[in-house]
Design a binder for this molecule. Structure first.
Ligand code: HEM
Length: 508
């Protein structure tokens, strides 16, 4: 009798539970947007939303695949996060031009919050007075055309050192790891310009990558991924137990110690004597007392900005060089035209100097095409500051927005044979990478666009031109152009997954 009573209660409970679950599921599946009409998107399942539809591989590829089906404005739920995905030139223009002011916020994720000193930097700062002032300092002071020019000697010296290193390696017939060389070279320039010190210290290029690089790499890895707490904010507690918080704390302490040391050295040096060209830390310290800025930068603000420059400054420029050389070695006709241009215009001079770069129009097209086909930071992240209507759809406040730069710059509506590497396409096309045409967005666009474009462009041009001028490049023995691995590594910057290793011979 008693057993029958328990059995009866159990069945009733099971029924109630199943009906509740079914009702919840039904509500979730048939739910209309309470805020109005949302853009189309794939059907989501409870709890994880559309996460299962992203699959493995690069997120920009999965998002492009989905947007091919659902359109250039697509609404997803990544975990519990409402997300708008933008995948065409026209919609990118809507976001970055028409609605730029409403979309100037960066979403705040778990790891960046810690690493950026709580958004004290530029890249992860929330939209507002602080961001406006630090961005102004970046554009007018740190990365202005005049200041970029003032670092010409650093760029030329570092390029000549690396050319000397490749010259000595060229005779040994051992393939040269260009991925590593480019990263060391760019990081050396960025470190000298920003911190007044060399990245690889005095060890030279044969020393490979240093402890400082390992720290930088870990920072980049931590910044790159969506963590559980980013997709399900109510589950952020899990990072106390899954090791993420420990990793984050360790990396933050290491990086903070480094920035603190750089900061103190500059404060002490500035008190005694200051000579030569100002580096970024000198400039930031000087703006502390400059009345033209409505902000007096604290030590944490300065450290946050140094982190941005270190993280954002080296990696994308190095990736651009690697992809440019990869496409050149794959496309022998393009390589021949680029090499002929440099050698004809530069003649018998030992090296290309910055004052020669204006003569190298085809080299510029090669870089532009590499940036179109392989934008190093293909996903631009934004968040709505307020509810807005885009293309007739109502987008709620605090919606995360992902602009898929790669989908935009390979949009077949604007680009013929979009997947092919054809620098000539720009001969009759005024599209620029400055973000104003919206057909390609390697440096982003709108108010949040990259302030380091001029800095990066001249450095990449100088290095590539010299690599073409001084050496002939070949694939290692037995390898054919079609064997070149074109996959991207996942991370903050879209690097080539397999390092680019080529044989160099000194130009006859
Ligand atoms: C080829 C090299 C580079 C590429 C492809 C690149 C690309 C980008 C992209 C796509 C963004 C996001 C823009 C957006 O959301 O609209 C960005 C932001 C940023 N970049 Fe660059 N970048 C490069 C070099 C540099 C350099 C050399 C520096 C500094 C030395 C730099 C500093 C920054 C900063 C501070 C931001 C944040 C801007 C903000 O949030 O307002 N970048 N970059």
């Amino acid at each position: 009798m008693r057993a029958h009573y328990y059995y009866h209660n159990f069945v009733v409970l099971l029924l109630v539970f199943s009906i509740t679950l079914l009702v919840l599921l039904w509500k979730q599946l048939t739910r209309k947007n309470r805020n109005g009409r949302l853009p189309p998107g794939p059907r989501r399942i409870p709890l994880i939303g559309n996460l299962h539809q992203l699959g493995g591989g690069s997120p920009h590829v999965s998002l492009k695949r989905l947007s091919d089906e659902y359109g250039p404005l697509m609404f997803l739920k990544l975990g519990s996060i409402p997300t708008l995905v933008v995948s065409s030139r026209d919609m990118a223009k809507e976001i970055l031009k028409t609605h730029d002011l409403v979309l100037t916020n960066r979403p705040m994720f778990y790891a960046p919050t810690k690493i950026s000193y709580g958004g004290s930097d530029i890249a992860f700062a929330r939209y507002g007075e602080h961001w406006r002032e630090v961005k102004k300092i970046a554009v007018l002071e740190l990365l202005s055309a005049k200041r970029v020019l003032s670092y010409r000697a650093v760029r030329e010296k570092e390029t000549s050192l690396v050319i000397d290193f490749v010259r000595t390696s060229a005779s040994s017939s051992v393939p040269i790891n260009l991925s590593e060389i480019f990263l060391c070279l760019i990081s050396n320039v960025v470190c000298q310009v920003a911190f007044g010190m060399k990245f690889e210290a005095e060890k030279g290029y044969e020393a490979g990558l240093s402890n400082l690089y390992m720290m930088l790499l870990e920072t980049q890895n931590l910044l790159a991924g969506f963590n559980t707490g980013d997709l399900f904010p109510w589950m952020s507690w899990i990072h106390k137990f899954d090791g993420l918080e420990t990793r984050l704390e360790k990396n933050f302490r290491q990086a903070d110690k480094f920035y603190e040391q750089v900061f103190n050295e500059h404060v002490n040096r500035n008190k005694s004597s200051k000579t030569g060209v100002e580096d970024f830390v000198d400039v930031l310290l000087r703006t502390q007392t400059d009345p033209s800025y409505n902000i007096s930068l604290t030590k944490d603000h300065i450290k946050g900005i140094l982190m941005d420059i270190f993280v954002a400054g080296s990696d994308p420029a190095a990736a651009t060089l690697v992809w440019s050389m990869t496409e050149l070695i794959k496309n022998s006709t393009v390589m021949k035209i680029a090499r002929e241009e440099v050698r004809t215009k530069i003649g018998t001079k030992k090296m290309v100097e910055e004052s020669d770069l204006h003569k190298l129009s085809y080299t510029k097209l090669v870089i532009k095409e590499a940036l179109r086909l392989h934008p190093p930071a293909p996903l631009l992240l934004r968040e709505t500051n307020e509810a807005c209507t885009i293309n007739g759809y109502e987008i709620p406040v605090k919606t995360k927005v992902i602009i898929n730069g790669n989908a935009v710059s390979t949009d077949p509506k604007y680009w013929e044979n979009p997947e092919e590497f054809q620098p000539e396409r720009f001969l009759n096309n005024i599209s620029d990478f400055k973000g104003q045409d919206f057909e390609m967005l390697p440096f982003g666009g709108g108010r949040r666009g990259c302030p380091g474009m001029n800095f990066a462009a001249v450095l990449v041009e100088l290095v590539l031109a010299n690599f073409l001028h001084c050496f002939d490049w070949k694939l290692p023995c037995g390898m054919k152009a079609e064997d070149i691995h074109m996959k991207e590594a996942s991370g903050l910057t879209m690097h080539k997954k397999v390092p680019l290793c080529l044989l160099a011979s000194i130009r006859k």
